[in-house]
Design a binder for this molecule. Structure first.
Ligand code: SF4
Ligand code: SF4
Length: 179
């Protein structure tokens, strides 16, 4: 299955959003949408048709459907996704991410499940890697969530140059701090 993109969890406002969405190939927003500036979206990159469905039950908003048979690939109901990110840590395959492609004028954010130690710190610069593990740019850590309920799967959100938002799917520590 290819990338899934939903436009959800919008808040704020400005013409820049409409322009950015057009550049990203996203549908133009209506009057309500034009009053919003942030777009946080779930991205499910689950490609193996094996028996698995915790993503479905993790989403209390009903935005993820696996159904039956359980080997179905998950389907994201874009209109129901509010961009809460709760599904990220429930996926044993670490196949769910969050993206905000218009985080700022020049940056997108990617929220990544992360199971290594030490955890990066907010403000730290990290190496952002693509699906093959190749370093493609530098990321700046803007959030680290590691609650006991997450069972040692942290969610690290990094800001990267906007053009890399669709490609960054992991990170490596580089030891540089930007505090
Ligand atoms: S858990 Fe949250 S982020 Fe994940 S699909 Fe459901 S609403 Fe979207
Ligand atoms: S929980 Fe993860 S690995 Fe399992 S079906 Fe959902 S997206 Fe795929």
């Amino acid at each position: 299955m290819g990338n899934l993109l939903s436009v959800a969890n919008l808040s704020g406002g400005g013409d820049a959003l409409t322009q950015d969405l057009g550049e990203l190939g996203l549908p133009a927003l209506g009057a309500a949408g034009q009053a919003k500036v942030r777009v946080e979206v779930a991205v499910i990159e689950c490609a193996e048709e094996f028996p698995c469905d915790p993503c479905e039950s993790s989403c209390v908003h009903g935005a993820i459907i696996v159904g039956r048979p359980i080997t179905n690939l998950p389907h994201l109901k874009e209109d129901l996704c509010i961009g809460c990110g709760e599904c990220i840590v429930e996926c044993p395959g670490l196949a769910i991410f969050m993206m905000d492609l218009i985080y700022s004028e020049n940056e997108a954010t990617v929220s990544i499940p992360y199971e290594f130690l030490p955890l990066p710190r907010v403000g730290e610069k990290v190496e952002a890697v693509d699906r093959s593990g190749t370093v493609i740019t530098t990321g700046r850590v803007i959030d680290v969530k590691n609650l006991p309920s997450q069972d040692r799967t942290a969610v690290v959100t990094i800001a990267v140059p906007k053009e890399f938002g669709w490609d960054v799917r992991g990170l490596q520590l580089k030891g540089e701090k930007d505090l």
